[in-house]
Design a protein around this ligand. Structure first.
Ligand code: SF4
Ligand code: SF4
Length: 80
């Protein structure tokens, strides 16, 4: 039986982000970073990047940990 590997991605609404970085701290695949650009509220928002695509460690699995911990409901998780 073929096993289907879970794959996902997220979208961060950077204007809702207050820069607490809880999402960055919980992502088991190190896919969330701190932007070097301020949002309109004056925070450096979290951003999502899969720079290491192709390296299994850096692939989003859609686990939703980041969205669960976000106090501002700024993250949406999609699963493929
Ligand atoms: S958990 Fe939410 S508010 Fe905190 S840095 Fe991440 S996206 Fe921004
Ligand atoms: S859904 Fe999971 S793997 Fe994907 S960015 Fe969020 S915490 Fe990381």
């Amino acid at each position: 039986m073929a096993t289907k590997s879970k794959r996902g991605y997220i979208k961060i609404e950077t204007e809702l982000c207050k820069g607490c970085y809880l999402c960055e701290s919980v992502c088991p695949h190190d896919l969330i970073f701190v932007s070097d650009r301020l949002n309109q509220k004056g925070y450096y928002p979290a951003i999502y990047s899969e720079e290491g695509v192709g390296i299994e460690k850096h692939v989003c699995k859609g686990c939703a940990l980041c969205a669960i911990v976000c106090p501002d409901i700024a993250i949406e998780v999609y699963r493929e």
